[in-house]
Structures are given as structure tokens and as C-alpha cells.
Design a protein around this ligand. Structure first.
Ligand code: NAD
Length: 283
């Protein structure tokens, strides 16, 4: 039976360290500040934003949630970003995605100054991932790297397989594993003989968005399996992309859903915001 990697526990440890560092910074007059903009009333987004706000408060950060109506124009949103860009108490700006269709996501991402882009979606920060010269790392894959380090799972020389090639999870995940000297394969919806590829993996990261997609026969004995998926089942519960019950008997370590990767994502957001505040303190 695999070791269950407890994301809640790891996130708690990292957040306690972040809160200590934030308290020390506050004594020097710099309180880390995060602004989260949400446009519209998407229910899932509202929950994510509330969780970010709560996590900030627990870490001793200043945080602002800017709720804008669905009818907000692109220009109004860009103006709001501009004012936050100039706001001295705000270190990080995050625009909750998805945005309503009439707003161009690329334009909005480009409008956030790269040094306040704590989601690491701006093209400048995305490019830095390619060279390994990071400012901020995208929250979900960076949270996974923190988990692997915490569990003392060395990536160097390992066969790493990532299923999914999205800009926010799959692609940056592959780059980060590569930067840690993994031998990396990225699979996607057009990959042939998927199970043959995944069975080679020492470390398998699954970010597909289909409940129970990876089954035990797709996993090598002793592999580390990281489940990024969040799928709301008909039972109303959250399910991962991995068939946990089957795979836990084959893998050496596995992340559960919920309580695995999820808590690490907001933790990295706090880390990025703290890093931005430290930079402000140095100026
Ligand atoms: P996405 O829809 O942008 O990408 C899904 C990827 O899966 C695509 O690259 C696609 O090629 C691949 N795919 C689809 N069908 C496939 C198949 N049959 N075989 C192989 N590959 C296939 O999704 P995303 O934004 O990367 O998110 C993936 C999952 O992770 C979702 O469930 C999402 O909710 C979850 N997620 C969780 C967190 C977290 O904090 N835990 C953060 C982001 C996303």
C-alpha cells in the first residue's frame, strides 16, 4: 500500500513558516499584500477567491477582494489593474479565471506588471520558466515540486510522465521536472498507447480533468503518483483523475483528492506574494 502524501499537512507546515516570515517583515513595516479581482459570479471561482482571502488572513497578509459585475468592460478591468499596479501596499495582483467571454484573457494577463504577477501567467514569467531563471512559479506545479521535495523524492534521472499539457499545469510542470533533471514525457489527448508511456513513469503527474482516468494497469509498481484533478462527482464529492483505490496498491506514494495537491496551490500563491513583499522591503 502506497504512502499517502498529505498535502494538508505539508501546506500547514509551509504556511506556518510563511506566517513567521510575514510577521518578521511586518515588524520592518512591510505587510505582504494581495489583491484578487473577480469578475462575475461563477460559483466555483467565488469559493476559490474566498479560500485565498482566508489563507492570506491566516498568514498575516493584507488582502483585498475586488468583486466586479459580469457586465464589467475590458477597459474597466484594465483600469482597475492599473490602479492596483501603482498601489504601494499591493505586492501581488491576481485575476481569477475564467473571465466572461467579452474580456480578452491574454490582454488582462499582459496588463499585470510581471513583478506583481504572483500567478506567474504573464508571458515574461512564463518565459523565465523555460530558462530556469524564475521570479514566480505557477502555483499548482510549484506546489507539487514542494511536495516532492518535502517527501524527499528526488527527480534527477527519473522517468517523469505528465498527462495534460495546459498552460497552467501540464506544460510548466514538465519544465519544472526537466529543470530538476528529470527525463520528461508529456502526454495529451492525441497521445497513442498512453498506458505504455505511463507504465514507464517513476513519477506520474495526472492533470486531465476526468475522474478516475488513470487506473492501476497504467501505473508501474512503485511509482509516485500525483493527482492534480478536481472533478465534482454526481455524489457531490470531489474526485481526482486517478482511481485512488486501485492505484494505491501499485504505487509507492500517492496524493489523495481532496487533501493532496489542492492545498499546495494556495500555499504557493502565499509564497509568491511573500517573495514580492520581500522585494518591496529591499527597495
Ligand atoms: P485542461 O482541460 O486545460 O487540460 C487537460 C489536459 O488533459 C489537456 O492538455 C488534454 O490534452 C489532456 N487530455 C484530455 N483527454 C485526454 C486523454 N484521453 N488522454 C490524455 N490526455 C488527455 O485542464 P487543466 O487546467 O490542466 O486541469 C486539469 C485538472 O486539474 C482539472 O480537473 C482541474 O480542475 C484540475 N486542477 C487542479 C488544481 C489544483 O489546485 N489541484 C489546479 C488547476 C487545475
Amino acid at each position: 500500500m502506497a504512502k499517502i502524501i498529505d498535502g494538508k499537512l505539508i501546506a500547514g507546515e509551509v504556511r506556518a513558516r510563511i506566517a513567521d516570515e510575514a510577521a518578521a517583515l511586518a515588524k520592518c513595516g512591510v505587510v505582504p499584500g494581495l489583491a484578487v479581482i473577480i469578475v462575475g459570479d461563477d460559483a466555483a471561482s467565488q469559493v476559490y477567491v474566498r479560500n485565498k482571502h482566508k489563507a492570506c488572513a491566516e498568514a498575516g497578509f493584507y488582502s483585498e477582494v475586488i468583486q466586479m459585475p459580469r457586465e464589467t468592460t475590458e477597459n474597466e478591468l484594465l483600469c482597475k489593474i492599473e490602479s492596483l499596479a501603482e498601489d504601494g501596499k499591493i505586492d501581488g495582483i491576481l485575476v481569477q479565471l475564467p473571465l466572461p467571454e467579452h474580456i480578452d484573457e491574454k490582454k488582462v494577463t499582459a496588463a499585470i506588471p510581471p513583478e506583481k504577477d504572483v500567478d506567474a501567467f504573464h508571458l515574461e514569467n512564463t518565459g523565465r520558466i523555460m530558462t530556469g531563471d524564475y521570479r514566480y512559479l505557477p502555483c499548482t506545479p510549484a506546489g507539487i515540486m514542494t511536495m516532492l521535495r518535502h517527501e524527499k523524492i528526488d527527480v534527477a534521472g527519473k522517468e517523469c510522465v505528465v498527462i495534460g499539457r495546459s498552460n497552467i499545469v501540464g506544460k510548466p510542470m514538465a519544465m519544472m521536472l526537466l529543470n530538476e533533471n528529470g527525463t520528461v514525457t508529456v502526454c495529451h489527448s492525441k497521445t497513442k498507447n498512453l498506458a505504455e508511456v505511463t507504465r514507464r513513469a517513476d513519477i506520474l503527474v495526472v492533470a486531465v480533468g476526468k475522474a478516475g482516468f488513470v487506473t492501476a494497469d497504467m501505473v508501474k509498481e512503485g511509482a509516485v503518483v500525483i493527482d492534480v484533478g478536481i472533478n465534482r462527482g454526481e455524489d457531490g464529492k470531489l474526485h481526482g483523475d486517478v482511481d485512488f483505490e486501485g492505484v494505491k496498491d501499485v504505487a509507492s506514494a500517492i496524493t489523495p483528492v481532496p487533501g493532496g495537491v489542492g492545498p499546495m496551490t494556495i500555499t504557493t500563491l502565499l509564497e509568491n506574494t511573500l517573495a514580492a513583499a520581500k522585494r518591496r522591503a529591499e527597495r
